[in-house]
Design a protein around this ligand. Structure first.
Ligand code: FES
Length: 134
């Protein structure tokens, strides 16, 4: 799916210039993100946590296809949040609908784009792991 949501402001983000590691908890899968491979052409912003996860076989629920129209891709940034783009007002509004929000850690995976200046650890809440493959 994917695409653009015409009802939100364009997100601001900076793509990485160097390789960095993105690790997913609780299973511990690790991806070495190579900036030359972005965009992966999956769902969410190019280089977003969702884009990277899906293109490496790591499922995160994403009911709207990564266009900031749901909150099913809610994840926790355990480490490396300061290297990610700022949360937009539209993302904040959507996070209001997410369950178990943790201030300072909660992000929507489709909108969270690390800039590669540090490694990032993401925790996927159990209810957001998409166990059914399409
Ligand atoms: Fe819907 Fe991220 S997949 S907001």
């Amino acid at each position: 799916m994917g695409g653009n949501n015409p009802y939100i402001e364009q997100a601001q983000y900076e793509l990485p210039k160097t390789k960095y590691r993105l690790r997913f908890l609780p299973d511990g899968q690790e991806v070495l993100v190579d900036p030359t491979e972005i965009p992966y052409d999956d769902d969410g912003l190019p280089g977003s946590v969702l884009d990277i996860a899906l293109s490496h076989g790591i499922d995160i629920d994403h009911a709207c296809g990564g266009v900031l129209a749901c909150s099913t891709c809610h994840v926790y940034v355990v480490e490396g949040l300061s290297s990610c783009n700022a949360t937009s007002e539209d993302e904040e509004d959507m996070l209001d609908n997410a369950r178990a929000v943790k201030p300072g850690k909660s992000r929507l995976a489709c909108q969270c784009v690390p800039n590669g200046t540090q490694d990032v650890i993401i925790e996927i809440p159990t209810w957001n792991r998409n166990l059914a493959r399409e």
